[in-house]
Design a protein around this ligand. Sequence first.
Ligand SMILES: N[C@@H](CCC(=O)N[C@@H](CS)C(=O)NCC(=O)O)C(=O)O
Length: 215
Amino acid sequence: MKLYIYEHCPFCIRTRMLANYKNIDIPLEYLAMNDTDTPTSLIGKKMSPILEKLDGTRMGESLDIVKYLDNIDSPILKSYESTNDNIKNWLEKLSKDNLFSTLYTPEMVARDLPEFKSQEDIDFIVNRFKKNTGLSIQEALKLKDELLAKVHPLLEDLGELITSDSYVNQEFSIDDIILFPNVKRLFTIPGVVFPKKVLAYAERVSLAVKLPLKD
Ligand SMILES: N[C@@H](CCC(=O)N[C@@H](CS)C(=O)NCC(=O)O)C(=O)O
């Protein structure tokens, strides 16, 4: 098997979480951000993650991949759809009015990620960000303090939503697979301060799925 991913992509992190939690060893192949041909040749569109199965067929859609991988042997997840509306609503608030993307995109393009090796890869994301938000990277950076002031109360709210001492629900579930990638990405933004409960949650899940919070 092989997993085609972007390092920054939360949907890709979902599939890596499940594979790592279950110790399924899958080689990773990083797609370049500006490469439309490879993903299109694999699944007909520019979208990752993509799983290439042992029989050579490919599949997209992170939650379908999670389900497929979980069912290779004794499944651990009870559901493949979120059962926790609070988490879904929280994630919507985090991305509302481009809050998350305006904070995250400048940090993302400044990092040495495998999908941003060429100037064309960086231009691809910067141009799309400008189209979606009307902002340049420099303008987004100027908003940082204002945006952090909105994210911090949201993180306090998230602490209240994590009800068990280990995971979002009583055991590792699809809600962790949906939430954690976004929490992990917040750790790459300097200046974000995490309430104790969220920090403890993130560290626990990070260990369980063998994905560092900062890479
Ligand atoms: N519903 C898809 C969404 C995947 C998705 O949106 N992936 C993004 C990266 S985070 C992507 O490949 N977008 C195409 C692009 O960035 O050009 C899934 O769950 O796998």
